[in-house]
Design a protein around this ligand. Sequence first.
Ligand SMILES: [Fe+2]
Length: 368
Amino acid sequence: MLNVKNDFFLNSVGELISATSLQKEHTILIVDDEINNLQLLKRTFRNKYHILTASNGLEGLEVLKNNINDISIIVSDHKMPIMEGTKFLEEANLIAPDVIKILLTGFSDIEIITDAVNKCNLFQYMLKPFNPDELQEVVKTGVDKFDLVSSKSLILKDLKELFYKTIKSIASALDAKDPYTHGHSMRVTLYSIILAKELNVPEHDLELIETAGLLHDIGKIAIPESILCKPGKLDDNEYAIMKSHPANSERLIASIKKLHEVSPGVKHHHERWDGKGYPDGLKGEDIPYSARIIAIADTYDAMTSTRSYRKALDHDIAINEISKCAGTQFDPVMAQKFVEIESIIKSAKDYPEEYYLKYSTLYKEIID
Ligand SMILES: [Fe+2]
């Protein structure tokens, strides 16, 4: 139980709360097997912090797991039965790396502690018997550091969300330009990230492929609608203008530093495995990996969407076509994998929202 003063206020929902608890923003987990020490530590901190206690490391880990979003600081004794303090803090660091960790220890343990500092991500250790005022000061500094790190990660999360929403809005704005390609960028992204995941692409590259998928056709913003939405066949001049869009896409994102790694996937998504594509006629593995993935997803979506000059093809026909073009238009290994996972692709085509939330790396980052 928290020891609170006798001043009370009504909060916004009419609950009676104490003046002391209004000021307590942080929770300390105190772990010590000696009851007298535990009492002393509780008395030291009870006026400023919420307090949770445990009498050994294992119990401490349980309390930490159950209160992971509340605990800012752990103060732990070192010499304890069941699990020593350094081992407990090492385990605690895996569960809550940002929580500030302070170790109380006897002089004779200094060497062991020095070794353990990095493993535990220890903020500070204090020799016993400790001076309560000094410990209060150390904890106060720890709380300030905790607040700083928390606000930094909140800002970072906000920036990621802003980036993600901006990229998605740009893709949607492009998709809205031509009623026949409505949702194209989103679907190409969806098929690309599914294929990439099935090809065991590392997490960081999944993020790049997703961003490249969303932006791959952004250069079409500069193409006149008379060409973009033309119902009939394009003449040579119109086709040349149309073919300028991957390079336009790359130019548009060139000034954004965070998108530099995305450029290859965007610029080369119309290259062909046999070297007959554009803009640079790259061949085989010279074509960036992400661009080879997007090329398959892009072609599948083009075939299975209704266009001004033809109706959508059936899924099976489109898959058959991808299979036939393995090794000429497409990377043979990737095309083979796309054919193998055709039932996932078909479900994703039918339930795009559901599959996008399941496979998106960018989305997962902002909800974590
Ligand atoms: Fe394109």
